[in-house]
Design a protein. Structure first.
Length: 150
């Protein structure tokens, strides 16, 4: 039962991420007249996803530091990272490595001249959105965002 309770949400999240990826790639194909425009569309989405991802990471880092500071209460004499910040840094390094390797693999499976470059970009978009969802679930929404003017 414990395995199922952990596995089902993970599979659902992966399925939703896959659906999101398929939609974004399909949207670029719908909006484009040729492969160059598809690539430009994907690159634009990747650029925006990277900006969103960096903001989400900054928020998660702030949350981890706040937790470390609250738990520290002046006991730590060295000004190093606390356990939450260290764990987030390690997770970020692991994710960055996974993203590189997984997307290289997916691109290689397409072969040269068959959309491998678009697959590489789409994979990066997909995995960063998946990670942002995981971070959202863990640290919540960033409330530092400004309200939309009326």
């Amino acid at each position: 039962m414990s395995f199922l309770s952990k596995a089902v949400p993970a599979f659902l999240l992966l399925g939703l991420a896959g659906a999101s990826f398929a939609d974004s790639l399909a949207e670029c194909y719908k909006a484009a007249d040729n492969r160059v425009q598809v690539r430009q569309c994907l690159q634009k989405e990747l650029d925006q996803t990277r900006r969103d991802y960096e903001e989400k990471l900054a928020f998660a880092q702030d949350q981890a530091k706040s937790l470390d500071d609250a738990q520290d209460q002046g006991r730590r004499k060295k000004r190093g990272q606390g356990p939450a910040s260290q764990a987030l840094s390690a997770a970020n390094r692991a994710f960055d490595g996974y993203l590189r390797r997984q997307c290289d693999f997916e691109s290689a499976m397409f072969g040269s001249g068959t959309g491998s470059g678009n697959q590489l970009i789409a994979c990066r978009i997909n995995l960063m959105k998946l990670r942002m969802g995981a971070l959202d679930n863990l640290v919540g929404a960033d409330t530092r965002e400004t309200a939309v003017p009326k």
